[in-house]
Ligand binder design. Structure first.
Ligand code: FES
Length: 237
């Protein structure tokens, strides 16, 4: 059975897409830019960061574009004052929750969180910083996990299980105490499932996962070979 082609309107332009496509996919195919953080092409979409929220005519709620399928006749707004305010608030909350000191971060200049803050015009954080003192796991021979810079997007968890098939990473605890852990909370260096492929490091949007002794430019100087890397900072260097 062929997949129906649906027609919808995005920011006043009539576009079409397959019924199996999300608003984000159709928007990007047609040149519209919607900010994302947890989403990454080639991985399951989880809709957790809420940065990609859009407005739909007839609904007062906001809808995550990365997990909302298009519908016939849908009218989508991807950019408005309300959306800008909302997206700025999300980025501010992320900056205030952990310790994102860009000036001393290994991925300064190549960080998706930093880049989104710049794009959204953020020049200060109005929420009080929580800055919990979280552990840094440097037990792996090549890589480091700094939980203080993690935004819990779970890209690392998904790429490890869905692409590498290792399922080393998972999320432990809830709220401010949530952490990405290896092998059900074992030091990364003791993991028996980690293959050392580095995919988790490649897809991390911040400096939470990085390679020891290398600048981000060195880490990503080779062009990405796999589709899941399309939207990562690897393209920027
Ligand atoms: Fe859609 Fe994160 S990119 S919710």
């Amino acid at each position: 059975m062929t997949t129906p082609i649906l027609t919808l309107t995005i920011d006043g332009k009539e576009v079409s897409g397959l019924a199996t496509e999300t608003i984000l996919q159709v928007a990007r195919e047609n040149g519209f830019s919607i900010p994302t953080l947890c989403w990454l092409e080639g991985l399951t979409s989880v809709g957790s960061c809420r940065l990609c929220m859009v407005e739909l005519r007839g609904s007062t709620a906001l809808h995550p574009a990365c997990i909302t399928l298009i519908q016939e006749g849908m009218t989508v707004t991807t950019s408005s004052e309300r959306l800008l305010r909302y997206r700025r608030a999300i980025i501010e909350l992320l900056f205030s929750e952990r310790n994102h000191a860009c000036a001393v971060c290994v991925v300064n200049g190549h960080c998706e969180l930093q880049s989104l803050a710049q794009q959204l015009g953020l020049d200060h954080i109005s929420f009080p910083g929580l800055y919990p003192a979280l552990p840094v796991d440097a037990s792996h021979s090549r890589f480091v996990m700094d939980h203080n810079r993690c935004i819990l997007c779970t890209r690392c968890v998904r790429v490890c299980s869905e692409i590498e098939g290792a399922h080393t990473w998972d999320v432990k605890d809830r709220g401010i105490r949530s952490r990405i852990v290896a092998d059900l909370d074992t030091p990364w260096g003791d993991s028996t499932t980690c293959t050392g492929c580095g995919k988790c490091v490649h897809v991390c949007p911040t400096g939470a996962l990085f390679e020891k002794g290398k600048s981000v430019a060195e880490m990503f100087k080779k062009p990405p070979a796999l589709p899941y890397l399309k939207a990562t900072r690897a393209q920027e260097v």
